[in-house]
Design a protein around this ligand. Structure first.
Ligand code: ADP
Length: 270
């Protein structure tokens, strides 16, 4: 009943010689599976106690005027940290769910224009008011994917732009065509990222500036989530950035992920 998992590596020499190597990765695979299940279970189990904690803290915070100053400041601190822990646990749970199953169950043609508009509205609420947002639709075909997952990937990218680009910047969301299909792009004209960090940005908990990211409220899992969502859509992430020249995060979807344009052509094309 035990399944064995083998990894093959085939090397070609000249026209007709091949070297085939097989490696037994059964144990490795099982360990990896245990790690995922463990993270998923722990995150799940932590949710209830955190909900109880934040419920009480919410109540006490509403009674601030009846409490000594030091105590109510402490309660505010606890509330902030509890929210941070809840965000972290939710992101961990989301990430391990993305890793555990293959996805594709709720794929459908998406209304990207309204999704992008909603995310822009949420981002405006989060931003200090000095940032300018723009939503552009340059591609008539619809993306076929999971609404929940694409929404969470796109909002991670947009909220990162809000957090890291800085004051008085422009943030642009765009659905456009691309040589390989189409792309969903989030660009800002903020501080940018040093190129040597770029290959590691999608690793769990990798941050360019650890102190700063913790203060901005990120969990360190945002881009890892984006990467896994894209993997499930046969898509990939391209990151273009230079210090002082802003950052562009481009989710590239292959042609197979595009539904044909709707029968009624958009006004701009008629
Ligand atoms: P975090 O929770 O730290 O935001 P992410 O995985 O979402 O975690 O992002 C990883 C790191 O990438 C961030 O800590 C930040 O240093 C960098 N980063 C992400 N988006 C941008 C951006 N638009 N501009 C500059 N740096 C960014």
């Amino acid at each position: 009943d035990e399944q064995m998992i083998l990894q093959f590596q085939i090397t070609l020499y000249g026209d007709d010689e091949r070297l085939v190597m097989a490696r037994d990765i059964t144990r490795l695979h099982r360990l990896e599976q245990m790690r995922r299940d463990f993270v998923a279970n722990v995150s799940h189990e932590l949710r209830t106690p955190l909900t109880v904690l934040s419920g009480y803290l919410e109540t006490y915070s509403g009674m601030a005027d009846q409490l000594p100053g030091r105590m109510s400041r402490g309660i505010e601190q606890m509330r902030g940290q509890t929210t941070r822990m809840q965000n972290l646990v939710n992101d961990l749970l989301l990430l391990s769910r993305l890793e555990i199953d293959q996805g594709g169950q709720d794929d459908a043609p998406l209304e990207l224009a309204s999704m992008m508009d909603n995310i822009r509205r949420d981002a405006e609420a989060l931003s200090s008011g000095s940032q300018h947002f723009e939503v552009i639709i340059d591609e008539a075909r619809r993306l076929v994917g999971s609404e929940k997952e694409i929404h969470s990937a796109l909002s991670n990218l947009v909220f990162n732009a809000v957090r890291y680009a800085g004051e008085d910047r422009h943030i642009r969301l765009r659905w456009a065509s691309h040589a390989d299909g189409a792309c969903l792009e989030v660009a800002d004209d903020g501080e940018g990222i040093d190129p040597h960090h770029i290959p590691r940005l999608t690793e769990r908990f990798y941050r360019v500036d650890k102190g700063r990211s913790t203060a901005t409220g990120g969990t360190g899992l945002g881009l890892a989530i984006v990467k896994h969502v894209l993997l499930r859509h046969q898509a990939w992430l391209e990151i273009d950035s230079h210090p002082g020249a802003g950052a562009t995060f481009r989710c590239v979807f292959p042609r197979e992920r595009l539904a044909s344009a709707e029968s009624e052509a958009p006004a701009a094309l008629t």
